[in-house]
Write a protein that binds this ligand. Structure first.
Ligand SMILES: [Zn+2]
Length: 231
């Protein structure tokens, strides 16, 4: 953010009462993004990169993922849904920093989990232009910072601008989505350990399609970290 937009932001935050992104109450002094109640009520998964969890099990038999975890449980109503809505559609990218700065140090505790590069699930370029940002960018960049890893967002490419393929069954979805993502110039990632990041895991189809593309790079190891998972 440049200094001019930072000043405008500061002025806005003085003039406009800030509301909690979880429950819309007016934030008190010292509260940031979430009120104290919502922050306390965040449904943390407590998944880590040492023990098997429900996100790992999503990918068994589908694609090789060494380790996966999500930070929060997603539900159809509530704090996490609201947070992700503001992050994805309302340009509240600070939410990505906030979660990344919380989850990143937790992941970094696992010294055995060495990560060379963080790779975001990409948007199609047309959608990226329309939205103006990838909603997982700031989350991914904070994770990369805490893991001493590179952040690489120009290697995994989305080839088609599709609506979600949720109407189809899993097999058909995989068949129709396996070419949805491609790797460009992945040679430098040969043998590397990559952390694929996304906002929410529902069926795992998006991560699966991205992982199949990334496995075209010889000898890569894939891990996955997301902001939330649908339980
Ligand atoms: Zn709240």
């Amino acid at each position: 953010m440049n200094w001019a937009s930072k000043i405008i932001n500061d002025i806005n935050s003085i003039l406009l009462p800030l509301e909690c992104f979880g429950c819309n109450v007016q934030l008190s002094r010292g509260e940031h993004l979430l009120c104290t109640v919502c922050r306390h009520d965040l449904p943390l998964t407590d998944f880590d990169f040492a023990h098997e969890n429900a996100v790992d099990r999503i990918f068994y038999g589908r694609v090789r993922i060494e380790k996966a975890a999500a930070f929060l449980y997603f539900s159809k109503a509530g704090i996490v849904k609201n947070l992700l809505h503001f992050l994805k559609y309302k340009n509240q990218q600070e939410i990505g920093d906030f979660i990344g700065n919380w989850f990143g140090p937790q992941i970094a505790q696992h010294k055995a989990l060495r990560i060379d590069a963080v790779i975001p699930v990409p948007l199609h370029p047309r959608k990226l232009r329309k939205r103006g940002y990838n909603q997982v960018e700031r989350f991914g960049k904070r994770l990369a910072h805490h893991l001493n890893a590179a952040y690489i967002d120009n290697m995994l490419i989305k080839t088609h601008d599709t609506k979600t393929l949720t109407q189809k069954n899993r097999l058909n979805r995989w068949k129709s989505s396996q070419d949805l993502y491609v790797v460009q110039q992945g040679e430098s990632m040969r043998g590397k350990r990559l952390l694929l990041v996304d906002d929410v895991i529902t069926t795992g189809a998006t991560i699966e399609a991205c992982a199949h593309a990334l496995h075209t790079i010889p000898d890569v190891t894939l891990c996955v970290a997301t902001i939330a998972v649908v339980p």
